[in-house]
Design a protein around this ligand. Structure first.
Ligand code: HEC
Ligand code: HEC
Ligand code: HEC
Ligand code: HEC
Ligand code: HEC
Ligand code: HEC
Ligand code: HEC
Length: 420
């Protein structure tokens, strides 16, 4: 017998279907809100010969405190998939245009299939590429990449935080949108924790496996693969002796410094790629003093500058973690950093700030930083903004700890005046 199509039944089913769909939609929205963390943290497992990368989500249960504060660091969010939440620039009409001149420019569009940079010449559409990946937590800015097959390319328009505005990507033409700059693994070596390189021809852009990128600088980038460690403590919760993981604290000063210097010696340092580096490896540093300041750009050379400082040279064992907690976002907390200075410089030790003979100690204690590690304008990162294309240099904290003749705080001017 042939089934006769029953209209009322269909209406019933379709109404049922609509309600069902709405419920499913809400359930999935609510659960994706609740479990968002889980979703982004379901890292891929990368098998290595004798150990495997398990992702920072795997550390959460046993190191909850560290994990929680780590989520807020700029290391964690220095690379991520493109999404409305992750892209800092605006797609709102009126704020979504970067104009080279009256006729040519790039418009940022929020479409059903994703977010796009759409270029136009003479007000006519030329080409459009999607935001696929975000590089930069946004402290200073963000730059965006798109996929073409398995290759990555940079988009011509970036975001510049200081001005809360779209800007020309550093080093790009002032006249025309260039979508052809390919991105190699060096970028990802410093801005992510792992990427699978599929092909490595010298003459072509490198090819990557899109599904095997570990975003952010995560636990295992600094501590090495954690598979064996997790297995070990899951099986033997009370164990104490072996722990199968790297703790930089147990390494030499050189090793500890290089675990940070691999990414913090400016991007032009000629090291081996950060992707192949594991904590415990060492680097050969070739710091020539004349190069130091020149290299201060968005990619600061904190290692090189620190290494030239009297503190570093004369203290017995200074490393980056003398002042920085690698798990915590501490930026802007100058009083906390000043405490670190005073662990070595105090009135009792007779090596406190000599300015204290003129200015009250209490005033000085609040902020050693702005006088002795001043913010310097970058020579290289001087991006072009939308409005009249004015230049807007980025500022970066100098790690050359020293006495600067022009300290930015008023009391020093008073002091200088008093002296002369
Ligand atoms: C099943 C629980 C468990 C998980 C999961 C776990 N750890 Fe641990 N971890 C421990 C315990 C317990 C210790 C303390 C060992 C000790 O006191 O020697 C420890 C210690 C450490 C140390 C210090 C080692 C030392 O020598 O001082 C580091 C670093 C570390 N874990 C990193 C990680 C990372 C990274 C992850 C995720 C990849 C992770 N842990 C996942 C239980 C765990
Ligand atoms: C794999 C590369 C890599 C390693 C290793 C690395 N960093 Fe970073 N670090 C970065 C990148 C990239 C940023 C910029 C993140 C951003 O804002 O997008 C950064 C940012 C920072 C910041 C600035 C935080 C802020 O909010 O302004 C500090 C401080 C820092 N790193 C300290 C360290 C220390 C200390 C170590 C060693 C224990 C270290 N880093 C190891 C890549 C690395
Ligand atoms: C040698 C490591 C290294 C390489 C290679 C590198 N970066 Fe960076 N990048 C950093 C570090 C470290 C910072 C943080 C700024 C600083 O030095 O204080 C940073 C900062 C940035 C920022 C600003 C982030 C923010 O939140 O303010 C952007 C954008 C950026 N890099 C993009 C790129 C791109 C695109 C490439 C490849 C063409 C690249 N970087 C290559 C290490 C690197
Ligand atoms: C930028 C590099 C870096 C990242 C990222 C990082 N760590 Fe660490 N971690 C260090 C260094 C350096 C030390 C030793 C110095 C210190 O304790 O400050 C350390 C120490 C530790 C210790 C032992 C000391 C303690 O404080 O208990 C544990 C456990 C640990 N890390 C777990 C983690 C976990 C879990 C994550 C990810 C959620 C993580 N780390 C991410 C660099 C890093
Ligand atoms: C680990 C110990 C240590 C820490 C931390 C430290 N210093 Fe020093 N600093 C020294 C030593 C040692 C010298 C050499 C002179 C001396 O013996 O007093 C020095 C020298 C200096 C000088 C003289 C610079 C010159 O060129 O002659 C200044 C200024 C200074 N420190 C400021 C600071 C500030 C500001 C901080 C915090 C951001 C700091 N120090 C953190 C140990 C340290
Ligand atoms: C003597 C203390 C001290 C030491 C040692 C030190 N830093 Fe810093 N670092 C600071 C202070 C202070 C700031 C500024 C914090 C702020 O303004 O929020 C800073 C800022 C930074 C930033 C952010 C840059 C910026 O312009 O905002 C990075 C990245 C960084 N440090 C990396 C490192 C690395 C890598 C090392 C080791 C080679 C290191 N630091 C050693 C004190 C130190
Ligand atoms: C208002 C700016 C300012 C502040 C804040 C400040 N200093 Fe100084 N500091 C100076 C100046 C300027 C000198 C050089 C004074 C002189 O001519 O003797 C100096 C000298 C020093 C010296 C001796 C340098 C040498 O040549 O031997 C040390 C060490 C030092 N400061 C450490 C600190 C520490 C630590 C703090 C925070 C507790 C601090 N300073 C806060 C401006 C400042």
């Amino acid at each position: 017998m042939q089934t006769i199509y029953n209209k009322s039944q269909h209406r019933f089913y379709s109404r049922y279907f609509v309600i069902f769909t709405i419920i499913i939609f809400f359930v999935s929205v609510v659960s994706s809100c609740l479990f968002n963390q889980e979703k982004t943290e379901k890292d891929i497992v990368i098998q290595r010969a004798d150990n495997s990368l398990v992702g920072s989500g795997a550390c959460k249960n046993c190191h909850a405190d560290i994990y929680k504060i780590f989520l807020l660091t700029s290391h964690k969010s220095t690379s991520k998939p493109a999404s409305k939440d992750n892209i800092m620039g605006s797609f709102e009409e009126g704020k979504n245009n970067y104009a080279y001149n009256y006729f040519d420019g790039v418009v940022m569009r929020d479409l059903d299939s994703g977010f796009y940079q759409v270029s136009y010449i003479n007000r006519a559409f030329v080409q459009a590429y999607r935001f696929d990946m975000v590089i930069g937590s946004g402290t200073r800015g963000q730059t965006y990449l798109y996929w073409k097959n398995n290759q990555l390319f940079q988009l011509p328009i970036s975001y510049y935080t200081q001005a809360d505005s779209w800007s020309n990507s550093p080093g790009y033409s002032d006249y025309i949108a260039n979508f052809g700059r390919s991105i190699n693994s060096a970028c990802l070596g410093c801005h992510s924790s792992y990427v699978d390189i599929l092909s490595n021809h010298i003459q072509q852009a490198q090819q990557f496996d899109k599904d095997r990128i570990v975003f952010g600088v995560n636990c295992e980038k600094c501590h090495g693969a954690g598979g064996n460690h997790v297995d070990h403590f899951t099986l033997h919760p009370g164990a104490t002796r072996e722990n199968f993981i790297v703790n930089a604290n147990n390494l030499s000063q050189h090793q500890q410094l290089d675990a940070c210097a691999i990414c913090h010696s400016s991007s032009s340092a000629d090291f081996k790629p950060a992707l192949d580096f594991e904590t415990g490896d060492t680097l050969i540093h070739n710091t020539s003093k004349t190069n130091l300041q020149a290299k201060v750009d968005v990619h600061g050379n904190q290692y090189g500058l620190l290494a030239e400082s009297a503190c570093f040279i004369n203290a017995s064992m200074m490393t980056c973690t003398t002042c920085h907690n690698p798990h915590e976002e501490q930026s802007g907390n100058v009083s906390l950093f000043s405490q670190k200075c005073m662990q070595c410089h105090s009135v009792e030790k007779n090596n406190f700030c000599t300015l204290s003979e003129k200015v009250g100690i209490a005033t000085l204690q609040e902020n050693c930083i702005d006088c002795h590690m001043p913010k310097k304008e970058s020579q290289i990162l001087n991006v072009k903004l939308n409005k009249e294309h004015e230049n807007s240099p980025a500022v970066i904290r100098s790690h050359l700890i020293a006495v600067y003749p022009e300290t930015p705080i008023k009391i020093s001017q008073i002091y200088v005046r008093e002296r002369s």
